[in-house]
Design a protein around this ligand. Structure first.
Ligand SMILES: Cc1cc2nc3c(=O)[nH]c(=O)nc-3n(C[C@H](O)[C@H](O)[C@H](O)COP(=O)(O)OP(=O)(O)OC[C@H]3O[C@@H](n4cnc5c(N)ncnc54)[C@H](O)[C@@H]3O)c2cc1C
Ligand code: FES
Length: 274
């Protein structure tokens, strides 16, 4: 059992942050890795990235967007409540080294996942430029935390209610045009965002990593549920990823596979709130 020590609602209650007592995971987990959470005996297993950890207090931070049945049930949990299982850390850690100037691009809840990776790149001695995108001001998360990590930070909102009006790709294009010292771009967010960031950086020949989010079941490479195609080869995101070379991912296949269960997921949510 894992106790929720702190709960915070963000983005008008659509994104929730839990600080959870999990000393063994906090000791081992590295940036980019995830856990599989099951909130009770009958609950489904869902993957969530560890957004931060504190080895000394033995805690991990999970930040999740409420999108369906399990995340809605998780939102109903309170500080002090217990979560049945948290398995991990799983997946490969992000490849972090001192390479110079890196641009961290995060969209929506992807900023939560990006945060841990950006922190690791900063701690490794890199010059970190952050570009965070959100639909509007209310949906922007972790601005304060990313400001503390990044040497430069740009905010974009689709409607212009905060920061620059437009998409993250508009700001990234500006940076790529103006600076020749960018060694890598890390992009984490909706599939469509990662696809367009990768298309853009390919033109500028800047290596790009993305974090993929296919449907996962066991998280250990056994079920094949998280199959993705990268560089025309089959990869299992839970053991080979979740981070991959953004220029080699088959995004169309990922989008198609992720929408396979939409009808069942909607029905499951409706059933759970009746
Ligand atoms: C490696 C990895 C890390 C992730 N990290 C985060 C994170 O830090 N924060 C966050 O908000 N979300 C994260 N996700 C997505 C998160 O797992 C889904 O939002 C969650 O499973 C939705 O469950 P649900 O029952 O609430 O929604 P459902 O109604 O069941 O599904 C809504 C949508 O969520 C996705 N989804 C559903 N079940 C799964 C599953 N078992 N595995 C993966 N995706 C699923 C599908 O795209 C689906 O259309 C991550 C996904 C992966 C693969
Ligand atoms: S989740 Fe089963 S193989 Fe990856």
């Amino acid at each position: 059992m894992f106790q929720i020590l702190r709960k915070q609602e963000m983005a008008k209650g659509t994104i929730i942050r839990f600080e959870i007592n999990a000393p063994k995971i906090a000791k081992k987990v590295q940036a980019g890795q995830f856990v599989i959470v099951r909130i009770n005996d009958t609950g489904e297993r869902i993957p969530l990235t560890v957004a931060d950890k504190d080895e000394f207090s033995g805690t991990i931070t999970l930040i999740f967007q409420v999108v369906g049945k399990t995340t809605a049930l998780m939102r109903s949990l309170k500080q002090g409540d217990l979560i049945k299982d948290i398995a991990g850390p799983l997946g490969q850690p992000a490849h972090v080294s001192n390479i110079g100037t890196v641009v961290m691009v995060g969209g929506g809840t992807g900023v939560a996942i990006l945060h841990h990776v950006a922190k690791a790149f900063k701690e490794a001695g890199n010059y970190v430029i952050g570009i965070l995108g959100a639909r509007d001001r209310d949906m922007l998360i972790l601005e304060e935390e990313m400001t503390a990590i990044c040497d430069e930070l740009v905010i974009t909102t689709d409607d212009g209610s905060y920061g620059d009006r437009g998409f993250v790709t508009d700001s990234l294009k500006k940076y790529l045009g103006e600076r020749s010292d960018i060694k890598m771009v890390y992009a984490i967010g909706p599939i469509v965002m990662m696809k367009f960031v990768s298309k853009l950086t390919e033109k500028y020949k800047v290596p790009t990593m993305v974090s993929l989010n296919p449907v996962m079941i066991d998280g250990t490479g056994m079920c094949g549920g998280c199959r993705v195609t990268v560089d025309n080869k089959v990869k299992f995101c839970c053991v080979d990823g979740p981070d991959f070379d953004g220029h080699k991912v088959d995004y169309e296949e990922l989008e198609k596979r992720n929408s396979l269960y939409l009808k069942d997921e909607k029905a499951s949510l409706l059933f759970s709130i009746r």
